[in-house]
Write a new protein. Structure first.
Length: 351
């Protein structure tokens, strides 16, 4: 199992807690990623939203790509996975920027391709926001151009949404044939585009049973197009690690006490502009990315056992959220990561 974390660019992950003691500043993000690298984390995921979806649209947040470039220069080994939404980017310029950050990081920059869901944000920032399947068709052309420019000396393309002519891109990315393309989607169209074009699949939080079904289905979808199996399956999850179950439950009760606030401004668009496989309630939405559904909540041993269950289901990358980030990341690295290894070895010995 590889361990990743969401970079705290919104000031936290909890919609019902006003101040999580994790400011949305570059200095804090830098401290988090450098500490995570030291504590054994493999990946950080940087969400791309121009409005703050967690604390409310009027609150501070960091821009993903400039943050990624800056962090690439002050880290050494951690993977920097940054979201990209085709409706907000010129694909040729994005290909150039990605290649440049890949060189800054010496081959550690990867992309999480997101077809977008927040209509109000697109209106405010001039993004292109159309019907669901149309957004994925645009994504297909966007990826075609990324891959073409990353692999060919001169590349031309004429599609429904984009046209470029005799375009050159140098230097090419460090990673060959291209920086890893992650993506997540639950609609039939989304799954089709991801299975055809991307390298790895990422999921919102779900139960072990839900995730096992998704992984099996996506590998079958992948095979339909004659592609090799996905290189990785990642899942988002929020962690509450305490010495006792009672303490963990008290923290869960605290953070899910739903309060009316602008933090829920994007809820309707997320539910109605996406094609989701599970019904989402305000309880689920109180923590970002359905992070409570995996139930990584309890004692270190309970969480470690659950992580092994996800590993057996096919998950090999956990994209974790913590609050407050630094303290809880350190706690998880000291108490849970080694225990997962110990329990895995014990299972291997006992068969």
């Amino acid at each position: 199992m590889k361990y990743g974390f969401w970079l705290p660019i919104f000031g936290g992950w909890l919609r019902n807690v006003e101040n999580e003691q994790m400011p949305p500043t570059f200095e804090y993000a830098k401290e988090v990623i450098q500490s995570g690298e030291k504590w054994g984390y493999d990946t950080t995921l940087i969400a791309e939203l121009y409005l703050n979806d967690i604390k409310g649209p009027e609150k501070d947040s960091l821009e993903a790509w400039s943050t990624a470039a800056a962090l690439a220069a002050v880290t050494e080994k951690i993977e920097i996975m940054t979201a990209i939404r085709p409706g907000f980017h010129n694909p040729a310029v994005a290909a150039k920027m990605a290649a440049n950050i890949d060189h800054i990081s010496n081959g550690r920059f990867t992309l999480n391709v997101v077809s977008a869901w927040w209509e109000q944000e697109a209106k405010q920032y001039g993004g292109i926001f159309t019907e669901h399947d149309d957004r994925y068709e645009r994504t297909q052309e966007f990826i075609d151009i990324l891959k073409g420019l990353w692999s060919e000396d001169t590349f031309s393309y004429k599609g429904k949404y984009y046209e470029i002519s005799n375009t050159k891109l140098s230097p090419k990315p460090v990673q060959k044939p291209n920086p890893i393309l992650y993506a997540g989607g639950e609609s039939p169209k989304g799954k089709e585009i991801i299975a055809k074009n991307c390298d790895a699949y990422v999921m919102h939080g779900g139960t072990v049973e839900e995730i096992a079904v998704k992984i099996k289905g996506m590998q079958e979808e992948r095979q339909k197009y004659g592609n090799e199996p996905f290189s990785s399956f990642g899942m988002a999850a929020y962690v509450i690690c305490r010495d006792t179950e009672v303490e963990a439950q008290e923290e869960l009760d605290r953070i899910t006490d739903v309060k009316e606030s602008s933090a829920y401004a994007g809820f309707d668009d997320f539910v109605n502009k996406s094609q989701l496989e599970q019904k989402i309630k305000l309880y689920d939405y109180s923590v970002s990315n359905r992070g409570l559904r995996p139930n990584l909540i309890g004692t270190p041993e309970q969480i470690a056992k659950k992580i092994l269950a996800y590993e057996e289901a096919g998950v090999d990358l956990l994209l974790l959220q913590f609050s407050p980030q630094l303290e809880e990341m350190k706690n998880f690295s000291e108490k849970v990561m080694p225990l997962v290894e110990t329990l895995r070895k014990e299972r291997e010995v006992t068969g």
